[in-house]
Design a binder for this molecule. Structure first.
Ligand SMILES: Nc1ncnc2c1ncn2[C@@H]1O[C@H](COP(=O)(O)OP(=O)(O)OP(=O)(O)O)[C@@H](O)[C@H]1O
Length: 321
């Protein structure tokens, strides 16, 4: 079995020691080549190369950003590999292995891996030995002629504004800790527009909903973690179903407090409230906005957008887990 290991040396919790442990362990199990990512977007290019060269596995040591790039590289179409009708699209792509080396590691943890690179290495070695694969669906966001896949979530509105603010802080050298996210979210709540909702939700077979301030789009649950605590605004979302959505039509302190109480304390029940909009297991929907609204995907800020379509991509990848 041929595997390419992609290491982001700049990811928050990746260091030379875990990198070496992983290289030794994986190298004993498969024919391994190792690549370090050198710049933003490099993981996507390397993963696309691994796919076109017929590698069986692409392993990633890094955070959710590097995993997102890798997945997008793996899903790039390669000439002549169209899936026959009824075929399994995941079968023609290298399988994915993830080892958490970032700050939040939501994708790895949502797959059930321990949030520790050495322990996760043990778990994926066992999966390799037993050829234990899970086929997962992905989300896809499409806007202005562009598209990008996401592994766990996307969002428009307040949560994307918080992602943008944290990215700004990281640009000044500060790390993205859970405390920094929470503090930034609290501070930014005072600044965000709580009076003029901009978004409308539409989709095939979905009654149009106007007046949304923010929307969380999920491909799995949890949406994120605060430390070890899962945060579950869309508790029914899963890698095996279509996309879920939680939209907010009010941003007042009481409405927000009720949502926070729900999503921090309940893990299985849907958040309740008349100001909430919920979708479960949908194939496609679109958010349009009457002014540009902040947009994020797998925790990566992608600018302000006026219309984004979200689409489920079933059976996109096999993950060794
Ligand atoms: N050598 C590099 N120098 C600078 N940036 C890099 C390099 N390699 C990859 N990147 C970029 O770093 C970004 C963040 O990396 P990654 O997601 O792996 O770690 P993280 O930010 O610590 O984790 P998380 O996404 O969980 O917060 C990625 O989007 C990737 O494009």
């Amino acid at each position: 079995m041929r595997a390419m290991l992609l290491v982001n040396p700049k990811a928050t919790t990746t260091n030379a020691r875990t990198r070496n442990v992983l290289i030794r362990a994986l190298g004993a199990a498969v024919e391994l080549s190792v690549e370090e990512t050198r710049y933003r977007g490099h993981a996507a290019a390397l993963a696309a190369t691994a796919r076109s060269k017929g590698y069986d596995v692409v392993a990633v040591l890094g955070g959710d950003g590097t995993i997102n790039e890798t997945v997008n590289g793996l899903l790039n179409p390669v000439n002549g590999d169209e899936v026959p009708p009824g075929g399994d699209p995941s079968a023609g792509r290298p399988a994915l292995i993830v080892i958490p080396g970032g700050s939040a590691n939501v994708f790895a943890r949502a797959l059930g891996l321990p949030n520790d690179p050495v322990e996760s290495t043990g778990a994926v070695l066992e999966a390799l030995r037993e050829d234990r694969r899970r086929t997962v669906g992905l989300g896809q966001a499409l806007w202005e002629g562009q598209s990008r896949y996401f592994t766990f979530c996307s969002g428009m509105g307040y949560d994307a504004e918080v992602v943008r603010a944290v990215e700004g802080l990281r640009g000044t050298g500060r790390k993205a800790t859970p405390t920094r996210y929470v503090n930034t979210a609290l501070r930014h709540y005072l600044a965000t527009d709580k009076r003029h909702p901009a978004m409308t939700l539409t989709g095939p077979g979905i009654p149009a909903v106007e007046g949304l301030f923010m929307a969380i789009i999920s491909n799995t649950s949890p949406w994120t973690y605060v430390g070890n605590k899962p945060v579950t605004p869309t508790p029914w979302a899963s890698f095996e179903t279509g996309l879920d959505l939680l939209g907010l039509r009010r941003m007042g302190p009481l409405s927000i407090a009720a949502v926070l109480r729900n999503i921090l304390t309940q893990s299985e029940a849907l958040p309740s409230g008349r100001h909430l909009v919920q979708l479960h297991d949908e194939a496609e929907f679109t958010l349009t906005a009457r002014r540009p609204v902040a947009f994020q995907l797998d925790g990566d800020y992608l600018g302000e957008r006026e219309s984004v379509t979200f689409r489920a991509t079933p059976n996109a990848l096999q993950v060794l887990v």
